[in-house]
Design a protein around this ligand. Structure first.
Ligand SMILES: Nc1ncnc2c1ncn2[C@@H]1O[C@H](COP(=O)(O)OP(=O)(O)OP(=O)(O)O)[C@@H](O)[C@H]1O
Length: 349
């Protein structure tokens, strides 16, 4: 995230309301009988598998919304419901103004081709096509001319830093490069919403970190609305504007990385957050004190991370002024609060 980035707070581009996905022979019959009054008892007695249970959230325009949870927690199920690949058993999903429950199959296919871009863990490249033709493929499906799709594909190949490799086949590329192709391909149609399902999980840690930086660079440039699925909490806090934590098909908590870490909803969430260095997620705004007389130096940005300004505060006077995005002085940050964050203690009340 960029320093002092303001949270997108506006319009919901995706709205997920009380979405359930139940597997099992009797799922349809049980849902007809009980509707939203279904409970664990009924689910267990009838041998149903609750892949998603009463999931509700909004994804806002321009945000990176990360769905995080352990294996089997329901992340892919919800993602597939949002992309219309599977149908929820109950609940309502609206994507870019369209109710997926009433959309025709043709509508859904059209949305996946034009409104949504998708990146998968296994890259899903076509092995016999060159980099350029892989990237151009969604435009071929849209019926665009060869000249038009190649021009756009070249632009995308350059965007992800693969110029010079247009004629390579997928097997001639490293894993990281293959995923760059996957990313370029998902962007050729200029989708409104970008879905990424564990896109970096198959990569080794160094390449993975590089790809995460690359992803943020692209997002700064393109400002997409993004749904990103991962089982890695560190990845989630590094990328997300907001995170939904899932367990057993339920959303346990939704919040900014800072909210989850400073105020976990339960022990399950706390367990993920306990090893995260607070200085990488706690903002100056959270730990600053009131404006006081005699402040000199700085100012530091209220939205900056404590870790990024620690050196400046430690080297300065006892306290530095804190400014909001308009440059107004709204508080002061002192060495004691910075030290507390660096030592991973809770923020002073
Ligand atoms: N077609 C299916 N039939 C029966 N059960 C299913 C089906 N698809 C998913 N499930 C079950 O639903 C639960 C959630 O699965 P889902 O794939 O959404 O989890 P996930 O969080 O994406 O896991 P992973 O990180 O391993 O991909 C799991 O218990 C899974 O076994």
């Amino acid at each position: 995230m960029t320093e002092d980035k303001e949270m997108p707070s506006g319009e919901a581009l995706i709205s997920c309301r009380s979405v359930w996905k139940l597997y099992g022979a009797k799922a349809g019959e049980i849902v007809k009988k009980y509707g939203q009054n279904i409970n664990d008892d009924i689910i267990n007695k009838n041998g149903l598998i609750p892949a998603a249970r009463d999931v509700s959230f909004d994804v806002r325009k321009g945000e990176i919304f990360v769905i995080m949870g352990l294996s089997g927690s329901g992340k892919s199920t919800i993602l597939r419901c949002m992309t219309g690949l599977i149908e929820p058993t109950m609940g309502q999903l609206t994507v870019s103004g369209k109710d997926l429950g009433t959309a025709s199959r043709q509508d859904l296919i059209g949305m996946r081709r034009k409104v949504m871009g998708m990146v998968f863990q296994d890259f899903a490249l076509l092995p016999h096509l060159t980099v350029l033709d892989n990237v151009a493929f969604p435009l071929k499906v849209q019926g665009k001319s060869r000249a038009e799709r190649h021009a756009k594909a070249r632009e995308m190949v350059e965007l992800v830093g693969l110029e010079g490799r247009e004629a390579y086949l997928p097997h001639e590329l490293s894993g990281g490069q293959q995923q760059r192709v996957g990313i370029a391909r998902s962007l050729t149609t200029e989708p409104e919403i970008w879905f990424l399902d564990e896109p970096f999980s198959a990569l080794d840690p160094l390449i993975r970190a590089e790809m995460q930086d690359e992803f943020l660079r692209l997002q700064n440039l393109l400002q997409k609305s993004i749904v990103f699925v991962t089982h890695d909490f560190d990845e989630a806090i590094g990328l997300a504007d907001r995170i939904a934590i899932m367990a057993g098909g339920r959303v346990v908590q939704i919040g900014t990385p800072e909210e989850l870490i400073t105020n976990p909803a339960d022990d399950y969430v706390a367990k993920f957050t306990e090893k995260v260095p607070r200085s990488k997620v706690v903002s100056v705004r959270t730990v600053m004190g009131p404006v006081r007389a005699g402040l000199t130096g700085g100012p530091v940005a209220a939205g900056a991370l404590v870790g990024d300004v620690a050196q400046q505060v430690m080297a300065g006077a006892d306290a530095l002024p804190v400014a909001d995005p308009d440059g107004r002085i709204i508080g002061a940050i002192d060495r004691a609060s910075v030290t507390a964050v660096l030592l991973n203690q809770s923020a002073p009340a």
